[in-house]
Design a protein around this ligand. Structure first.
Ligand SMILES: [Zn+2]
Length: 336
């Protein structure tokens, strides 16, 4: 077939292909975990659409965060982490606004029960991003230190006798090197602007052979396929984590993986799970390609159908089976 293409056209074709390959990596951007510049764009997200989504679904105005008309959902070809660039990180007011939204925090977490198996009564424990200190009631320990930025959460914790510190783990690590047997962070890593630096600070606080427990929303679970799931996008989430990326995190930081736990689906998320599964099955049947954010009429139609189907499925097929849920927990051991 090439023989039928004139030389000049072939050169132009090669130039266009080379330009395409050249433009795929993000110029001047680096991976927020491994610092590689081998990034490719998975999806371009329109920020006006995202602002409208937050307003409509949660009643939260996020317009002040976005300077660009679009942000890129990127994949690091070195470590596998997926991240949004340029970065857009939520502030205290944003999280206060979100907390008013029903169902934002689940107070019963299977990841707490699972993590507690790796904490012993003689352990000094540090929790980073401790919220109201709910994890304390799940564990026995020698000492517990919680770091938290929200004054509201600190105040609530104080009322039940838990004294938290308003401090970053980076600052905490400067005066508390090699101090703790366990450092844990639940649903924190996906919010931080620089997870590489964050993990290093956590490890600085750990004793040699100490345990680092990290729980994040799993990008291997059904939420990977959820359409217009704004809470998985900025300014809420800065990155999304697959098991592969969490394994790479171990490799990059000389950690041994002791345990991996994918939580079963929480009953509260059953409709969301059904909806996502039906939307994607219908999408395949109608030849509709999945996009993380999709404001097309066809997507709206599929979403409406899946919404009805999700509730019907819940009524007629309550079979008690528990598919894999949103969260994954990795327990690592420091090897230095
Ligand atoms: Zn990377």
């Amino acid at each position: 077939m090439n023989a039928s293409i004139p030389g000049l056209c072939r050169c132009a074709l090669h130039f266009i292909m080379a330009l395409y390959v050249f433009l795929q990596p993000m110029l001047n951007e680096k991976c927020i975990l491994c610092n590689s510049n081998q990034l490719s764009v998975t999806e371009k997200i329109n920020t006006d659409g995202l602002i409208r989504l937050y307003k409509k679904r949660a009643g939260v105005d996020v317009g002040r965060f976005f300077k660009e008309k679009q942000i890129n959902y990127c994949t690091c070809n070195n470590c596998g982490l997926k991240m949004y660039l340029p970065q857009v990180i939520g502030d205290g007011r944003f999280y206060d606004d979100l907390q008013k939204y029903k169902g934002y925090y689940l107070h019963e977490k299977s990841e707490f029960t699972e993590a507690a198996k790796f904490i012993h009564p003689a352990d000094d424990v540090l929790e980073v991003g401790s919220g109201e200190g709910l994890f304390v009631s799940y564990i026995s320990f020698k000492s517990y230190t919680g770091l938290e930025f929200s004054e509201d959460a600190i105040s609530k914790a104080r009322k039940i006798g838990i004294h938290l510190q308003n401090q970053s783990v980076e600052d905490h690590s400067r005066e508390n090197r090699n101090k703790y047997d366990v450092v844990c962070c639940f649903q924190v890593l996906e919010h931080v602007p620089n997870p590489g630096k964050f993990i290093k600070a956590c490890l600085d606080c750990l004793k040699p052979e100490g345990r680092l427990i990290v729980a994040v929303p799993s990008a291997d679970s059904f939420i990977r396929d959820a359409v217009n799931f704004y809470l998985n996008m900025p300014p809420h989430h800065a990155s999304t984590w697959t098991d592969h990326a969490l394994e790479k995190l171990a490799e990059l930081n000389q950690l041994r993986i002791m345990h991996v736990f994918h939580e079963p689906l929480h009953p509260m998320h059953r409709i969301f799970y059904n909806k996502t599964a039906i939307y994607n099955n219908l999408g395949k049947k109608f030849g509709h390609s999945y996009r993380m954010m999709d404001k097309s009429a066809r997507s709206w139609f599929l979403y409406s159908l899946s919404n009805i189907g999700a509730h019907l499925k819940n009524i007629f097929s309550a079979d008690g089976t528990a598919p894999v849920g949103q969260s994954v927990t990795f327990v690592y051991q420091k090897q230095f």
